[in-house]
Structures are given as C-alpha cells and as structure tokens.
Design a protein around this ligand. Structure first.
Ligand SMILES: NC(=O)c1ccc[n+]([C@@H]2O[C@H](COP(=O)([O-])OP(=O)(O)OC[C@H]3O[C@@H](n4cnc5c(N)ncnc54)[C@H](O)[C@@H]3O)[C@@H](O)[C@H]2O)c1
Length: 301
C-alpha cells in the first residue's frame, strides 16, 4: 500500500515511516524540516518531500491512507495564530485530502487537550487545555469529531501521552523526560527534578505509539482515542531505572517547584476506549522499554 506520513522527519513520524516501510509498504514523507532532521530518515528509502502542510499540493493523490504527525511540538510557543495555522489549519488541509479521496486519516492528537485534568484522563471528560499547543490539538479533535459524523472514510485521532524512544534527540528541551534525565546523568551531572520526584507521567514507548497507528489503520474505526501506556511513571522511577541501566550511584537534586500551584502532578491515559474499540494494549512496560532505549542511546554516542 502507499502511505503519506506528514512530519515524517520528526520523532514519531520517522519511527512510523520506517516501520511501515519494514512492512513492505511504499511510504512518502512530507516534512518542512522546521524541526525534523534528515538523520532520522537515514535508513528510509521512500520519497521525501520538503514541503509545508499549509501549502503543499499533491500532483496526483494516490495514497491509501494519511498518517498525520506534522505539528509545532514546542509547547512553549505562545503565538496562538502560528500554532493554529500549522497545527489546526494544516491538519484540516490533510484531513480534507483524505476525506475527498475516501482514504483513512490517522492523526496525532495529544494529552495536552486535558490541561490539568485529574488523572486518569478520559476522552470527553475535562478537555480544557491550558496552552496554545493544547488548544490547537483540541480544535483538531473537535473538527475530527464533526467530520466523523458525515465522512464515509475512517478518521482516527490518537491522543499521545509522553512518548519516549529512539529519534527524539533533535527535540532539545521538548524531548522526553527520560531523554533529559539520561543526558544529565550521562554528562556527569546529578539529575535535577522538582521536589520530591513523585510527579508522574504516562510514559509510553514510541514502538507502542507506532503500533497504535498501525492498529488504527487495520481496524478502521473512527474516533478520538487516548494512546499511552496506561501507567503513571514517577520521575524518581525514571531516575532509578537510569541509575541501574547506566550503573551509576549519583544522587538526585530536588529543587523547589516555582509553579507548584499550577503543576500537573500526574497524567495517566485511561485506555478503556481504545482497548474496546481498536483492541490496542501497550506491549512495552517501562522497564523493558527503558532497557532497549538506553542500549540505543549508548550506541549513538
Ligand atoms: N512526542 C510526544 O511525546 C507527543 C505527545 C503528544 C502528541 N505528540 C504529537 O505527535 C506528533 C509528532 O510529534 P513528535 O514528538 O514526533 O515531534 P517532532 O517535532 O519531532 O515532529 C513534528 C514534525 O513536524 C514537522 N513540521 C512542523 N511544522 C510543519 C509544517 N508546517 N509542514 C510540514 N512539516 C512540519 C517538523 O519538522 C517535525 O519533523 C505531533 O503532532 C505532536 O503534537 C507527540
């Protein structure tokens, strides 16, 4: 089959594009390289289009599905106009291509739509984002839910939680907590986290997110679904895991949290809907994923 992966030079997009290719599909990547990097596509053999989702026009549309990953992923970008233009208008253009051509549209939404919702976060409950990024993603989900009512082709939104794994280095301060803490510890520093490290996030391995996308394509059941590990992993646990994997005894620096009153203490995906509808179940528990990821990180430095 022929697939278009937008944002395919980015973290999730490149992992997905390469996995689809491994499964013998013909994959085209569309990315404007505003964030993504060629290095992520070193082993990729398909076509790479350097283009912007807001303006790109296909010469002829011959894809069997679109996997839409492209977005501004820096959650500290406050320019709402820019965020909406790329993340929401760009998304809608890609959605329209898919719907007009009657092919499945699978796209990346985000747990950021839940803002500070109490954990576990559940679809349809407390969808109140607290930043421009989250707002732009919730708007995508609202458009998708509207389209689903009238579209004959499947539209599947996956609300990723905190994804970690190979190929995220280019994201800098937006890379996962696992990567940030690994970098500090590997560089001989003490890991630095807010007091007292029991803040927890749903940390999901990128291979499970890639699988969720592929399952979404296979099941072809429209909807907007949480996509995570279903477990809240504390920052202390990440550090403990890294200590073991790196064979280090380094202590943790606990610092005051200046945003303590607004800080999200826990995120955890309620996976009931995606489990029931798509049959998705994560396969990578945190310890197993961390082991594989650290092995990868050691191999690239
Ligand atoms: N990584 C996570 O933890 C996480 C969590 C929730 C949601 N998501 C979503 O998953 C998707 C992939 O995120 P990621 O972590 O791989 O981030 P990423 O920044 O590595 O990937 C995004 C890609 O989109 C490209 N892009 C940006 N604007 C574009 C435009 N106008 N036209 C074409 N390409 C453009 C970038 O160059 C980049 O390669 C995003 O939609 C993101 O919002 C990611």
């Amino acid at each position: 089959m022929r697939f278009l992966v937008t944002g395919g030079a980015g973290f999730v997009g490149a992992n997905l594009a390469k996995e689809l290719e491994k499964r013998e599909h013909n994959v085209t990547v569309l990315d404007d390289f505003s964030k993504g990097v060629q290095a992520n596509l070193e082993l990729f053999k398909g076509e790479i289009i350097d283009g912007d989702i807001r303006t790109w026009e296909p010469a002829s549309f011959d894809f069997d599905a679109i996997f839409h990953q492209a977005a501004i992923t820096d959650t500290t970008v406050y320019d709402e106009k820019l965020m909406l233009s790329v993340n929401t208008d760009g998304f809608k253009r890609m959605l329209d291509f898919a719907v007009e051509n009657g092919v499945p549209f699978i796209y990346a939404s985000s747990a950021a739509v839940y803002g500070n919702a109490p954990s576990p976060q559940k679809e349809g409950v407390h969808e109140k984002p607290i930043n421009a990024y989250g707002i732009s993603k919730l708007k995508c989900d609202q458009i998708a839910r509207d389209y689903i009512k009238k579209s004959k082709s499947p539209i599947i939104g996956l609300r990723y939680f905190n994804v970690f794994g190979p190929g995220e280095q280019h994201k800098g301060k937006m890379a996962s907590m696992v990567f940030q803490l690994w970098k500090q510890m590997k560089g001989g520093q003490r890991p630095r986290i807010y007091k007292h490290g029991e803040q927890a996030r749903d940390q999901v391995y990128v291979k499970d997110i890639v699988r969720a996308n592929i399952i979404a394509l296979e099941k072809k059941k429209s909807g907007v679904f949480n996509s995570g590990s279903g477990i809240a992993t504390s920052f202390n646990k990440i550090i403990e895991g890294l200590r073991q994997e790196l064979g280090l005894k380094v202590e943790t620096d606990y610092i005051d949290n200046p945003y303590a009153d607004k800080y999200q203490n826990s995120t955890c995906a309620d996976l009931t809907l995606i489990g029931k509808t798509l049959g998705y179940k994560p396969q990578w528990d945190f310890d197993k994923a961390l082991k594989e990821y650290v092995k990868y990180l050691k191999s690239i430095r």
